[in-house]
Design a protein around this ligand. Structure first.
Ligand code: NDP
Ligand code: KPL
Length: 301
């Protein structure tokens, strides 16, 4: 399969580098990373150590591919859609965190859109070098058209051909809401307290705040017509806290690095959907206000 990775930072480089074991992959990213990959290939260290040789470019215009995977931060999705509009791709699939990405891609592009989530973990360590922090799973399902199940199966099979654990789902909205609940619970709490994910292990005050944010998110999901139980969310949050105990969440890394966060696509989205449904979500509202306040103070908004 010919695969374009739109946004070759941490996650995109890892997934693109692994896919290059079985497919014809092009990374679209920034220099000096792109130049380093062109010169010496992409070095992956951590869970496994390997070097692969995807093509790499800073300019996607005119590219063609069977599939484009979108791995930019949620606030860069409109720019990714603009870049992909200049390409000839058969389908696009977001692997991003947060909500609203698929709507933005579907609004800007006239091709089938798939929604994906992943629990793989990655960090761009140096130009040409990505750290593989955790083996996870990719889940892919149809977004538009909603019955593009066979296409989702083909995409999941393409991941598996490169030895990436992947499955197709017919219930991708539920999967997105579940991942949203995990991110809404873990990301702002770890970012504000500046702790590793494992610090949210119950019992404790931080675990209580995270659990409350997850509980609210599950309630808003149900108000949005998604069958997501509070117990499922609590279990998912606890599993991720346990499985990524030594990791810093992406929002914690962003705050520590003085970078803009994805709070609008995570807690901000929960607050907006809650308002539309007449639900009260004081914990998400407070967490969003604190992260937004930090961003404003840091001159990022
Ligand atoms: N890292 C991880 O382990 C995981 C990340 N995710 C999610 O994946 C998404 C990406 O995260 P992550 O990889 O960490 O983020 P990064 O910031 O490391 O990577 C995104 C990259 O895309 C680049 N970019 C943005 N717009 C364009 C464009 N139009 N053309 C080319 N390149 C572009 C950015 O460059 P620049 O910054 O210069 O704009 C950056 O290098 C997020 O939604 C995140 O929440 C999900 C699971 C795990
Ligand atoms: C699952 C989790 C919370 C892992 O850190 C994540 O997706 C993130 O950090 O954004």
């Amino acid at each position: 399969m010919e695969i374009l990775i739109l946004g070759a930072g941490s996650l995109g480089s890892l997934i693109g580098g692994l896919l290059a074991r079985a497919h014809d992959v092009t990374l679209v990213g920034r220099d000096p990373h792109v130049a380093a990959v062109r010169d010496a290939g992409l070095r992956i260290t951590g869970v496994e150590t390997l070097t692969t040789h995807p093509a790499a470019t800073t300019d996607a215009s005119g590219a063609s591919a069977d599939l484009a995977l979108v791995t930019v931060k949620a606030y860069d999705t409109p720019g990714a859609a603009d870049a992909l509009a200049t390409c000839d791709v058969d389908a696009v699939c977001s692997l991003q965190n947060g909500m609203g990405n698929e709507e933005r891609l579907a609004a800007g592009l006239d091709v089938p859109v798939l929604a994906g989530t992943t629990t793989y973990g990655a960090r761009l360590a140096d130009p040409g070098h990505v750290e593989w922090l955790g083996r996870g799973r990719v889940t892919v399902g149809p977004w538009r058209p909603v019955d593009a199940v066979a296409r989702s199966e083909r995409v999941a099979a393409a991941f598996r051909a490169a030895d990436i654990d992947a499955a197709a789902t017919t219930d991708v909205r539920r999967r997105l809401w579940e991942k949203l609940a995990v991110n809404a619970a873990i990301n702002p709490v770890t970012a504000l307290a500046r702790v590793e994910n494992g610090a949210l292990t119950p019992p404790g005050a931080l675990a209580e705040v995270a659990t409350a944010a997850g509980t609210e998110t599950a309630r808003v999901a149900r108000a949005d017509g998604v069958d997501l139980s509070t117990a499922t969310v609590h279990e998912a949050v606890e599993d991720v806290v346990r499985g990524t105990a030594r990791n810093r969440s992406s929002m914690h890394q962003d705050v520590a690095g003085g970078r803009r966060t994805e709070v609008e696509a995570i807690n901000g989205y929960v607050v907006d959907r809650a308002a539309a449904a007449g639900e009260s979500v004081p914990v998400n509202r407070t967490l969003a206000a604190l992260i937004r306040g930090w961003e404003a103070g840091a001159g990022l908004r």
